[in-house]
Structure formats: structure tokens, C-alpha cells
Design a protein around this ligand. Structure first.
Ligand code: HEM
Length: 125
């Protein structure tokens, strides 16, 4: 069966979505400050990993768990509301790209499955 990642168009679709998504995230006053001291290369890596994950693909980033990668952000106050904002930008990006509501909800579901890990909640693995 075709995976969500494949249905959405695989890596080419992720690349197309990155530009739109990136602009939305960095222009949102509710979350942009988290990226203030992050260099461009890492910001891109984060956007790409985020979208690849949301698409149901396996992001290829070395070593660090999502929990570890975001622990410093949690210390700076990263919470539910910021995660929700990023999910909304994902939703809007997919809408603008003409993705169906059904596939969009699937992508949102995937993303929500790592919410606790990104926000540093629950049991440490
Ligand atoms: C599915 C959810 C998420 C995934 C898969 C994800 C993925 C990643 C990855 C792989 C990195 C490491 C990049 C690197 O070190 O080169 C990263 C860093 C980062 N993430 Fe996320 N992320 C998610 C959610 C979020 C959310 C909700 C925010 C908040 C606005 C966020 C903000 C950041 C920032 C600012 C960094 C850079 C930290 C630094 O400067 O080292 N991420 N993310």
C-alpha cells in the first residue's frame, strides 16, 4: 500500500512545501523567537525534518532524539500553544498546495504523535 509520504508526493513534495512552511513559521510572532539564534542551515534542517515526519516519512537526522533536540526550547517555554501554531502552519501549507482534507488530517495526526516527545513530557525513553 502507498504510504502517506508517497501519496503526498515524497521528497519533491516536501521540498515544495518547505518554502511555504518556512515563511509561515518565521513570520509568526508567537513562535519566531525560538528560531532567533538558530542558524539558517539548522532552521532548514528542522523544517525539512518536521515536514518529512508530518508526511509519514522517516526524517534522516543524525543522533539526537526529538526530546533532546527540543529540550533547550522547552526550557525557554516551548509549550502546547507553540506546537499547535506549527501544526496550523502545516495545515495551511498543505491546503495551499491543494492537498485533500483527508491527507492533511493524516499528516496532522502523525505530527501529533510526537507532541509529548517534542514538549519533553511523559516517560523518558
Ligand atoms: C513533529 C515535530 C517536530 C520535528 C520532527 C522537529 C524536528 C527537529 C529536528 C530534527 C531538529 C534538529 C535540527 C538540527 O539540530 O540540525 C529540530 C530543531 C529545532 N526545532 Fe524542531 N521539530 C518539531 C517540532 C518543533 C516545534 C513545535 C518547534 C517550535 C516552534 C520547533 C522548533 C525548533 C527549533 C527552534 C530548533 C533548533 C534548535 C537549535 O537551535 O538547536 N520544532 N527540530
Amino acid at each position: 500500500m502507498e504510504s502517506l509520504y508517497e501519496k503526498l508526493g515524497g521528497e519533491a513534495a516536501v521540498n515544495a512545501a518547505v518554502e511555504l512552511f518556512y515563511n509561515k513559521v518565521l513570520n509568526d510572532p508567537h513562535i519566531q523567537h525560538f528560531f532567533e539564534h538558530t542558524d539558517m542551515k539548522r532552521q532548514r534542517a528542522m523544517q525539512k525534518a518536521f515536514l518529512t515526519f508530518a508526511f509519514g516519512g522517516v526524517p534522516s537526522y543524525g543522533g539526537r532524539s526529538l526530546r533532546d533536540a527540543h529540550a533547550p526550547l522547552v526550557e525557554r517555554g516551548l509549550n502546547e500553544s507553540h506546537f499547535d501554531a506549527v501544526v496550523e502552519h502545516l495545515r495551511q501549507t498543505l491546503k495551499e498546495l491543494g492537498v485533500t482534507d483527508e491527507l492533511t488530517e493524516e499528516a496532522v495526526m502523525f505530527t501529533n504523535s510526537v507532541r509529548d516527545e517534542v514538549l519533553g513530557r511523559g516517560r523518558q525513553q
